[in-house]
Ligand binder design. Structure first.
Ligand SMILES: Nc1ncnc2c1ncn2[C@@H]1O[C@H](COP(=O)(O)OP(=O)(O)OP(=O)(O)O)[C@@H](O)[C@H]1O
Length: 258
């Protein structure tokens, strides 16, 4: 097994003696996309803040690979709207060279907006700009907090597709928070369902049947996601390894969705 970029062992964060993140285990390697889902107040943002070193932990262990570069994409771009700011200037504020900034903008498909005002960008363009700023750091790990907020449904699918192709190109790890359950559950990436503790985790087809998942999101939501369930004749562990198989002549699932 390759070395982990980030490894959490029983990580706990308390606020006023109340565990908001409770004994969470997580391991992220290069190539992984791990999506954290869970209801409001479940501790998702607190968990990624702890990984980013912005939130002190109350217990457990957090191991970060030495020299790890993290690219962070926050939920929103919060800027002083009275100050004029072009995309170019915004990118250069990251401290990276013009060429690195241009490469990153090209990767996220917004290089044509170089001279535009950041205040006039659409929701989807802003998210692509934030992603470009994170990429300019050439990260080993991308951490995204609801990257598709304020983006329409087609734009969301395109953004998730872009994140997947960037993962392939950069061979980085990705941790993201998402509320877009339909998109998350239609994908084939690993999912962690958090509600202070990890309720369930694994691949969508496996966790969507999990009683803890149904309890967390309610039966109507779980049933509405049934459209994405596919015939799955084996299970995966959190690292994607097949842990059981009904047939002995296959090692992968047919991820054909309806
Ligand atoms: N600095 C803080 N001090 C005290 N309580 C906090 C602090 N930050 C977060 N909390 C509380 O911790 C809980 C988890 O918050 P967090 O933002 O991690 O949830 P979340 O899963 O990201 O929620 P959402 O989906 O609504 O964004 C909430 O009850 C929140 O009020």
């Amino acid at each position: 097994m390759t070395d982990a970029l980030v490894e959490l062992h029983r990580l706990t964060v308390n606020f006023d003696d109340r565990p908001v993140v409770d004994h969470v285990d997580l391991r992220v390697q290069r190539g992984d996309i791990i999506t954290i889902i869970g209801p409001n107040g479940a501790g998702k943002t607190t968990l990624i803040k702890a990984i980013l070193g912005l939130q002190p932990i109350s217990g457990g262990a957090l191991k970060i690979a030495p020299g790890l570069t993290i690219g962070y994409v926050p939920q929103h771009l919060t800027l002083e709207t009275t100050l004029p700011l072009s995309v170019r200037r915004f990118m250069l504020l990251s401290g990276r060279s013009h060429q690195e900034c241009m490469e990153a903008l090209t990767k996220t498909g917004v290089e044509h907006l170089l001279h535009a005002s950041v205040h006039r960008l659409s929701g989807g363009e802003k998210q692509r700009l934030l992603l470009a700023r994170a990429l300019a750091r050439r990260p080993d790990l991308l951490v995204l907090d609801e990257p598709a907020q304020g983006v329409d449904i087609n734009g969301q699918a395109a953004l998730y597709e872009l994140i997947r192709s960037l993962r392939d190109e950069l061979n980085c790890g990705v941790i993201m928070i998402s509320h877009d359950l339909h998109l998350v559950m239609a994908a084939t990436d690993k999912v962690i369902c958090l509600n202070q503790h990890v309720c369930c985790s694994g691949y969508p087809a496996d966790i969507s049947h999990d009683p803890a998942f149904i309890e967390t999101f309610g039966r109507p939501v779980a049933e509405s996601l049934a459209v994405y369930h596919h015939h799955h004749n084996h299970s995966h562990d959190l690292h994607g390894d097949v842990v059981s198989a009904d047939h002995d002549d296959h090692t992968e699932c047919s991820h054909a969705h309806h």
